[in-house]
Design a protein around this ligand. Structure first.
Ligand code: NAD
Ligand code: 6OD
Length: 484
């Protein structure tokens, strides 16, 4: 039976306490995860602290950049190992994991290493009261030990999106992967050792949230900053933990994102785009579109076209030819999604398609499958329009004016992302400026340039990461003032 161990100070560490890691496609046991207790978390934080004061802390930026490039190269060399691990843990289709998750896992190390190498700091000359001069210049120092708490939907991608810039800036990390997806974070430990990242720079502790590794890590006074991706409610608990010691947080939280389709949009591209934003990764993307607003003249045609696309999605195991949708992550999450499917019907929705569980053959019948689902006809107060579901589903409603579409999109506590479909450039700019989100895609969705700011407005997050913005969180900017 495969064992997923903690990675502390460059060594794989077993604990007496394990839990099962199960495959979402058929619920088979993939292996046993060694849960870290308070002692292991403490050992990981101490290893990370020691590494800050060792070779890593003294290393030149040039050498650090070389090592992080080597990490990326080694992930690419072991591409298939990472791919198999990610597909087993998540059940996502091969095409998605091989084109998005694993390549981004590698890119996150190179891009941020290059940014850190190339970003200058400011300097100012100033006149002094005695008629002389002083020179001010800024230096960026690592924050210290960073706690990285991760979700399960894009495990390697979202973990390295934090670890890449944290290490590039000279910090050390203790990563707490989701209990649902322990594999790729563990595998990355092998990569770190293989390329010569000093022991203690990258640590992994496995376990759950409350009263387990997640809470032990975020409450640990030796952690200098916490970066977290996950549910807004979990963010609230972590923020309370971070308040002790006044430690900084960077949060990427939940969403209830709108898609807006104007009648002047390229119809086929809009349908293809919303098909992706509503159903990709079985709807388990924080940037996904669970509320779609379509201008009235094309509403009926759009609903019919999206229905056709949803019904054409083929569920199945990651490597089967033609499979385009995987299962949900767990039985528990499936219960949550199905409870919303039932609630939508109770609240009076018209179920355009889906609403249940597909028939799967053999062992796959034990997997966490749900049908891609489209609703119409609900009032904006309905639970499936207000609350994040995180499943392959959306409600579609008509609108009549640009102002109405913007008001509908903004009528939510969340503010992560919007996707807007129009061929009118002026309208695109007007809407993008008024939607209250961290990222607004026009005629596209989940198109990522890692040099840009990423994060959420309102209840969708705190702070921005990406490009130089990551440096704001992962470094402490200091000013040196020299009287000349
Ligand atoms: P989650 O909040 O349940 O768990 C995320 C991580 O937090 C896990 O590792 C979990 O063990 C840990 N955790 C849970 N409780 C904790 C606690 N009290 N203290 C410390 N750690 C704790 O989220 P999830 O179900 O894994 O992921 C889905 C959610 O993540 C959705 O809400 C989605 O929108 C959000 N998400 C947001 C973004 C973004 O960029 N904004 C990206 C991906 C996912
Ligand atoms: O692409 C990224 O950098 C990013 N943070 C994506 C988040 C996806 C949410 O599920």
């Amino acid at each position: 039976m495969k064992q997923y161990m903690n990675f502390i100070g460059g060594e794989f560490v077993a604990t007496g306490k394990t839990f099962e890691n199960r495959a979402p496609v058929d619920n088979r046991v993939l292996g046993l995860v060694h849960e870290a207790g308070a002692d292991e978390v403490d050992a990981a934080v101490r290893a990370a602290r020691n590494a800050l004061h060792g070779e890593w802390g003294r290393m030149t930026v040039t050498r650090r950049v070389e090592l992080l490039h080597a990490v990326a190269d080694e992930i690419n060399r072991r591409f298939d190992d990472f791919l198999q691990a990610e597909m087993a843990d998540t059940g996502k289709p091969h095409a998605l994991a091989s084109h998005v998750d694993i390549p981004r896992g590698a890119a996150n190390f190179k891009v941020f290493a290059d940014i850190v190498k190339n970003v200058p700091t400011e300097s100012f000359e100033m006149a002094t009261p005695d008629g002389g001069q002083a020179l001010n210049y800024a230096i960026r120092s690592p924050v210290g030990v960073i706690g990285v708490v991760c979700p399960w939907n894009l495990p390697l991608l979202l973990m390295t999106w934090k670890v890449g810039p944290a290490l590039a800036c000279g910090n050390t990390v203790v990563v707490k992967p989701s209990e649902e997806t322990p594999a790729t974070a563990t595998l990355l430990g092998e990569v770190m050792n293989a390329v010569g990242i000093p022991p203690g720079v990258y640590n992994v502790v496995h376990g759950f949230g409350p009263d387990s590794a997640g809470e032990f890590l975020t409450r640990h006074p030796g952690v200098n900053g916490i970066t977290f991706t996950g549910e807004t409610r979990t963010g609230e608990a972590i923020m309370a933990a971070a308040a002790k010691g006044v430690r900084p947080v960077s949060f990427e939280l939940g969403g209830k994102n709108a898609g807006i389709v104007f009648a002047d949009a390229d119809f086929d591209k809009a349908v293809a785009g919303i098909t992706r934003s509503a159903f990709e990764n079985c709807g388990q993307v924080c940037l996904g579109t669970e509320r779609v607003y379509v201008e009235r003249p094309i509403f009926d045609r759009f609903v019919a076209a999206l229905k056709e696309k949803a019904e054409a999605l083929k569920p199945g195991p990651s490597e089967e030819a033609g499979v385009s949708i995987g299962p949900l992550i767990s039985q528990e999450h499936r219960q949550k999604v199905l409870s919303y499917y039932e609630k939508a019907v109770r609240e009076g929705a018209t179920v355009v398609t889906g609403g249940g569980v597909p028939t799967m053959k053999g062992a796959l019948a034990e997997g966490h499958w749900v049908q891609p689902t489209i609703w119409t006809g609900l009032p904006e107060t309905a639970a499936v329009i207000r609350e994040e579901i995180f499943g392959p589903c959306c409600h579609i409603a008509p609108f009549d004016t640009e102002e109405e579409a913007i008001a509908l999109a903004n009528a939510t506590d969340y503010g992560l992302a919007t996707t807007v479909w129009t061929q009118n450039l002026g309208r695109a700019h007007r809407v993008a400026k008024q939607v209250e989100v961290g990222i607004c895609w026009i005629n596209s969705w989940f198109l990522r340039d890692l040099r840009t700011a990423f994060g959420g407005a309102k209840a969708s997050g705190i702070g921005r990461e990406g490009g130089v913005h990551s440096l704001e969180f992962y470094t402490e900017l200091r000013n040196v003032c020299i009287k000349l």
